[in-house]
Design a protein around this ligand. Structure first.
Ligand SMILES: Cc1cc2nc3c(=O)[nH]c(=O)nc-3n(C[C@H](O)[C@H](O)[C@H](O)COP(=O)(O)OP(=O)(O)OC[C@H]3O[C@@H](n4cnc5c(N)ncnc54)[C@H](O)[C@@H]3O)c2cc1C
Length: 421
């Protein structure tokens, strides 16, 4: 059986940043396992710019951003195996993987970093009526076809869902000569970033219809038309509001799901809101020595935050192997998300393991204007940050200080909530 100090599953931006950070933190024996034929993850198909504004203060394309981290991995001499699918992780950290040259391999890992990314919610997860004609694609599949394979999946397009990938693809299809007729979003707000609505829809005159959904898909061989209708607060279509669009393509951008089959079968405790693992301040899951970062942990809006988080996961994995399974005294403090805050990452803190500052990320469940992000230590409000707008499409954060947590007597819970005043 092979043996490495740290095995990283997934060679996307999260896996790459985790690997580089672990190596710089003094752990040499690291292996990245990637099922694709190249490193870089989903960013390889994101050829638009806008990546890296936070990390590099530059506007990069997806492949350029990914390459900065790939180069680090090459320069640091970190080992990786491509075309290698991880099939199983056991609770005692034995990784089973397969590729064409080695066949089935088993690797004993001192620590594991889960960095498998996420996948798109498929049509089967939606209640869309009609036959199953050709011409229905997830937005990410269309992105791959256009940007990597060189095919235009259609010429007249309706998009369901206003997640970032759908917005990006509205612009991409338009630039490639297709006519994007409308983007329909079932919620009363967009699931994507404000900047993408402006730059990908408004700039091209593409209408965004909020509180609308697809109620009919016509066509037997290929999509010929799509009917959308307004929905009420119960998300049911309102009769009389139907609008029919002739088109040959329907793109679905209806959400991303962390890719956690491996985590689940290993017995990692999962968060039902994020569909990712429950983690502590070190981004360590319920299985000691198994860490998680990137979109497999929770779906991020910007890759910059993925890189930042993955760096922490890598460093903590290195600390774990160097201390031979580091333990810390002291109690786990629960972080509770409530009243508008849907979840937090991490979910618990052990103050003796935390860094001086800890970024707690979360998303809200609705749009809030002129509201406050509040943090309570037990029942005492210790933070009250005014926000002009909070929206589900944008990740939020609060930064906790170790000294403040340490000095607070009998701290049991930290609560994050949204307040009107
Ligand atoms: C279509 C799309 C468009 C996006 N556009 C933007 C944008 O414009 N701006 C922005 O900031 N962010 C954007 N993002 C988000 C950004 O790309 C992600 O935040 C980032 O790629 C997440 O990095 P990751 O490493 O967690 O996941 P990924 O990039 O998905 O990498 C995960 C890797 O794990 C591998 N893997 C999974 N399972 C296994 C297994 N069992 N064995 C081996 N390998 C495995 C996958 O092949 C993949 O390479 C976009 C995301 C998507 C999906």
């Amino acid at each position: 059986m092979l043996s490495y100090d740290i095995v990283i599953i997934g060679g996307g931006p999260a896996g790459l940043a985790a690997a580089a950070a672990a190596k710089k933190a003094g752990t040499d024996s690291i292996l990245i396992l990637e099922r694709d034929h190249e490193l870089g993850g989903i960013l390889n198909q994101c050829i638009h710019n806008g990546f890296g504004l936070h990390t590099f203060k530059e506007e990069l394309t997806g492949p350029e951003y990914a390459y900065r981290f790939e180069k680090e991995v090459y320069d640091l001499g970190i080992e990786y195996k491509l075309n290698t699918m991880v099939m199983d992780i056991s609770s005692d950290r034995i990784v089973t993987a397969m590729n064409r040259t080695d066949g089935m391999i088993q690797i004993k890992a001192g620590a594991i970093v889960l960095a498998m990314g996420c996948r798109e919610r498929p049509r089967g997860a939606l209640n869309t009526p009609g036959y199953r004609p050709a011409g229905i694609f997830s937005a990410g599949t269309a992105q791959r076809l256009v940007n990597i394979e060189g095919y235009l999946p259609g010429r007249e397009v309706v998009i369901l869902g206003s997640g970032d990938i759908g917005l990006i693809m509205a612009r991409r299809m338009t630039l490639e000569g297709a006519k994007v007729k409308v983007v329909a979003e079932v919620m009363p707000y967009s699931g994507g970033l404000k900047r993408n609505i402006v730059q990908c829809l408004d700039d091209y005159g593409i209408p965004l219809k909020l509180s609308h959904t697809v109620i009919d898909i016509e066509g037997k061989e290929r999509v010929t038309a799509v009917t959308i209708a307004e929905v009420g607060p119960d998300r049911k279509p309102i009769p009389g509001t139907e609008e029919r669009y002739t088109c040959d393509t329907l793109l679905l951008s209806v959400g991303l799901i962390p890719e956690n089959e491996l985590s689940r079968s290993a017995g990692v405790e999962m968060n039902p809101v994020t569909n990712g693992p429950v983690v502590n301040e070190s981004l360590e899951t319920s299985i000691p020595g198994v860490f998680a970062c990137g979109n497999v942990l929770h779906v991020h809006d910007l890759v910059d935050y993925v890189s930042e988080e993955a760096k922490r996961a890598g460093e903590n994995a290195a600390k774990y192997v160097q201390a031979d399974g580091r333990k810390a005294d002291g109690e786990e403090i629960q972080i509770i998300a409530t009243e508008g805050a849907r979840y937090t990452v991490p979910s618990t803190i052990n103050v003796n393991r935390m860094d001086d500052l800890l970024t707690v990320r979360f998303r809200v469940g609705a749009v809030y204007q002129d509201s406050y992000v509040s943090v309570y230590f037990n029942d005492e409000r210790v933070m009250h940050n005014k926000k002009r707008v909070l929206a589900p499409g944008e990740m939020e954060n609060v930064i906790l200080q170790k000294t403040k947590i340490k000095d607070f007597k009998d701290l049991k819970t930290i609560t994050v909530k949204i307040e009107k005043d």
